[in-house]
Write a protein that binds this ligand. Structure first.
Ligand code: HSE
Length: 438
């Protein structure tokens, strides 16, 4: 069979690794794909930087449009990242009848609906396994492996940098910025690290997971997004004492009222496997009605793990290149005419439990005042922990865990608690997920 010819856009960390793995594992890949797969052209900003030594006979150009317009190329591999140029290149590739493999989560989360519509029209595939959780085949697992199921929820640690920072803070008491710098040096962090720290990267990935889990259009703007920059070492320590770990979690959950899509720091009981996913590793817990819970764990970032997912997508496309375009695996897991607009709930309507930390006067009756407000708002308290005041100090720290309630109840209660004379400063709040399949 004729070899499949690839054009590579971007020879950064992942691009270079993709070229090397395709070359080094060429025989094994051909055994799987049923044909040879080779990169014939690549683009990078500076041709002078060259291709990695030993990556084979690849023509290198500076203009990426040369690659997407090259009539020899069957599949374009987009690894330049970002929005505008990547979108223009991918749309041009599709117009030119080329299949596209991308690791660009921002591109898919923001422009995926437009891209898939164009791909459908042109009879080409656009695949994006590497966009979510690096090397873990989570897209394929949900889209194909779980296709018999009604998916109830997806909850994931899907940003390696954030998980690395939280782990180092907990285990070594290290400073936030110091750990972030290390993640950048290790090549895990996004070009703009606020994407990792403020939860945007995780929100891109959750938007994609939610879409393929529930068969809804990609709606990045509807994902509630909170990062980890406000998580203090104090909260990490108290959470531990209560038997929880703080993780930056993306949650997509189907409820009767609509779909919850949210990314935020979350307390998880330490006995859950996912609570023990540390460092740069990622994990995704899927609740499906027939299979029940299943957990997918692995490297969520890094050159070779991401290249592993990129190449698996290339092999998939190579296998289906000659099949009828209407009978391929649909881009968003459900047939295009079966994508439905289930509403995504505003954050005020989501239901979850809460961890609260507050500083109060250390005198009789204060706890009663606080619990009265909670009672008025119909919030049930699960646990209370009062830290002994440091000597000579007249204020104490109180930690509370609530039962599951609607977010707006908690917001109202916090507003009222903050007005109490005995309460000082902010009421720190972190959501809690038991992840027990309810
Ligand atoms: N910055 C991302 C992370 C890279 O830390 O998970 C992989 O998407």
């Amino acid at each position: 069979m004729k070899p499949v010819k690839l054009g590579l856009l971007g020879v950064g960390t992942v691009g270079a690794s993709t070229a090397m793995v395709l070359k080094n594992n060429a025989a094994e890949i051909a055994r799987r794909a049923g044909r040879k797969i080779e990169i014939i052209q690549a683009s990078r900003r500076s041709v002078a930087a060259g291709m990695p030594a030993g990556s084979g006979d690849i023509s290198l150009v500076e203009d990426p449009f040369e690659v997407v317009n090259n009539p020899e190329i069957d599949i374009v591999i987009e690894l330049i990242g970002g929005y505008d140029l990547a979108l223009e290149l991918v749309m041009r590739a599709i117009d030119n009848g080329k299949h596209v493999v991308t690791a660009n989560k921002a591109l898919i989360a923001l422009h995926g609906n437009q891209i898939f519509a164009a791909a459908q029209q042109n009879g080409v595939n656009v695949v994006f396994e590497a966009a979510v959780a690096g090397g873990i085949p989570i897209i394929k697992s949900i889209r194909e492996g779980l296709s018999a199921n009604h998916i109830q929820s997806v909850a994931g640690i899907i940003n390696g940098t954030g998980n690395f920072i939280l782990t180092e803070m907990r285990d070594k008491g290290r400073d936030f910025n110091d750990v972030l710098r290390e993640a950048q040096d290790l090549g895990y962090a996004e070009a703009d690290p606020t994407f990792d720290v403020e939860g945007i990267d995780a929100a891109h990935k959750l938007c994609i997971l939610g879409s393929i889990a529930f068969g809804i259009p990609l709606q990045f703007d509807a994902v509630y997004t909170e990062g980890i920059s406000d998580v203090s070492t104090e909260d990490v320590v108290y959470a531990n004492q209560l038997g929880y770990r703080i993780k930056h979690l993306g949650v997509a959950r189907r409820t009767e009222a609509g779909i919850e899509m949210r990314v935020h720091p979350t307390l998880i009981p330490e006995k859950r496997l996912i609570a023990n996913v540390d460092g740069v590793m990622n994990a995704v817990l899927v609740q499906a009605d027939r299979l029940g819970p299943s957990l997918y764990y692995g490297a969520g970032a890094g050159a070779d793990p991401t290249a592993s997912a990129v190449i698996a997508d290339i092999i998939d496309v190579a296998r289906t290149i000659t099949t009828d375009a209407q009978n391929r695996v649909p881009h968003l897991a459900f047939q295009p005419d079966q994508i439905v607009d289930i509403p995504i709930l505003p954050i005020t309507e989501i239901q979850t439990a809460y961890y609260l930390r507050l500083r109060v006067d250390d005198r009789p009756g204060v706890l009663a005042e606080i619990t009265r407000v909670m009672g008025d708002k119909k919030i049930s308290i699960e646990a209370v922990l009062q830290k002994e005041p440091e000597s000579g100090v007249t204020q104490a720290t109180i930690i509370m865990l609530t039962q599951k309630i609607r977010e707006h109840q908690m917001v109202d209660a916090i507003d009222e608690i903050k007005q109490l004379e005995a309460v000082h400063g902010d009421v720190h709040r972190i959501r809690v997920e038991t992840l027990d399949g309810d």
